[in-house]
Design a protein around this ligand. Structure first.
Ligand code: ADP
Length: 369
């Protein structure tokens, strides 16, 4: 083997191993005279099929027109042309986007001999940039929506509180005596007004809790104590509906939690369990350690969740049809808030449910090692 062949082999191996597509066309007819492996992989054509052919043999006419017009400009102006982005239809990889540089190769007299092309496939980078841009846009929309909810919520709360104050005066007889009928109407308006305040508060807290505005302070906490603290009030409310609540949470390991937020979780799940139970129903709270997590379950024997609606239950404002039937008032925000809190603790939440049989909601929290 002589030196020249060694040199050729050396240059060949360099060209073949460059990860960008490299091609060379003759200046006269723009036919391929050289093509590397990265180019074969990208376009899906074998070198042998390309040699001696031009762009019109492989690409749609509009693309071939574009490529050759650029090639001609490079050769006529004898200057490098940088094409930051050009689409190309490949055989197996669909449409890809290339960043291409086209370079004229001249003879000693300055006459164009060849056109050298170097193309980097920027499709993935372009897609990533596009995804990032969309994410940014969605974030901005989310921020705007959040601001809107906060402003609208606060503006609604003030007149609603004003109305409550007026109705309180009326009901308290401070503006003169009311007849029994009048009193009962004002009482109804008072309760509706209160529900509206509740919904506005839910909206504000859902937004607050799920935005990153709320601080979490994680401390070793005793779940049993937490439950004991909220249980009496919950039991009193449940009794009015003829539902009982039983808790079995003795001897549990400490969890790493923000106690006030976990109270919100427990209250919401218990309220739901009671709200969607029938008279005589029983609600059970259970907890057990599983690996490094404590799994807490709130189990009821209530109306359950229809199978076809189960996947939407954690969505904001979503309420299942059977729940709306038994309890027309509700914001559909409770579970959304609960999920957000559990996930901020690094836990998971889920449920098993059967319509007309009952539901078991569970969530996990990290155990303190
Ligand atoms: P709300 O109770 O105000 O409707 P939630 O976000 O707390 O809102 O719950 C969303 C929906 O999930 C409810 O409307 C109901 O359809 C369903 N759901 C939640 N908990 C239960 C439960 N224990 N039993 C049956 N359905 C439930």
């Amino acid at each position: 083997m002589n030196d020249k062949t060694e040199l050729e082999k050396f240059l060949d191996s360099i060209i073949e191993n460059i990860p960008d597509m490299i091609f060379v066309k003759d200046a006269a007819e723009l036919r391929f005279v050289r093509f590397n492996r990265a180019g074969e992989d990208l376009l899906g054509f074998k070198k042998e099929d390309l040699m001696g052919k031009n762009d019109y043999d492989f690409f749609p006419k509009d693309q071939a027109d574009f490529f050759t017009s650029r090639d001609r400009a490079v050769l006529d102006n004898k200057k490098l042309v940088d094409i930051p982005e050009e689409p190309i239809d490949t055989k197996f990889k669909g449409r890809r986007y290339l960043h291409t540089k086209k370079i004229p190769i001249l003879d000693e007299a300055g006459k164009p001999l060849f056109l050298l092309g170097i193309s980097e496939d920027i499709t993935d980078r372009k897609k990533m940039e596009e995804d990032l841009r969309i994410i940014e846009e969605l974030r901005a929309i989310d921020r705007m929506k959040s601001e809107f909810i906060t402003i609208a919520g606060h503006q609604l709360r003030t007149p609603l509180s004003g109305m409550r104050w007026t109705m309180n005066l009326l009901l308290g007889g401070e503006l003169g005596p009311l007849s029994a009928d009048q009193k009962s109407f004002v009482q109804k308006a008072y309760e509706t007004n209160n529900r509206m305040i509740g919904i506005v508060n839910d909206l504000l807290s859902a937004d607050h809790i799920t935005s990153n505005k709320l601080k979490y302070i994680f401390k070793p906490s005793d779940l049993g104590e937490l439950i004991d603290r909220i249980l009496p009030e919950m039991q009193a409310a449940a009794e009015l509906k003829g539902v009982s609540i039983a808790a079995d949470t003795k001897g549990l390991p400490k969890i790493s939690a923000d106690a006030s937020k976990i109270s919100v979780v427990l209250e919401n799940l218990l309220e739901n369990a009671v709200k969607y139970s029938k008279k005589g129903g029983v609600v059970r709270i259970r907890a057990a350690k599983k690996d490094k997590m404590l799994e807490v379950s709130v189990i009821d024997t209530g109306i359950g969740i229809p199978k076809e609606e189960q996947q939407r239950i954690f969505e904001r404002f979503y309420r299942a049809a059977n729940a709306i039937r038994v309890e027309p008032n509700g914001s559909g925000l409770g579970l959304y808030i609960v999920k957000s809190i559990v996930e901020k603790h690094g836990g998971k939440i889920g449920f098993d449910s059967k319509e007309d049989a009952g539901s078991a909601f569970w969530f996990t929290l990290p155990v303190v090692e």
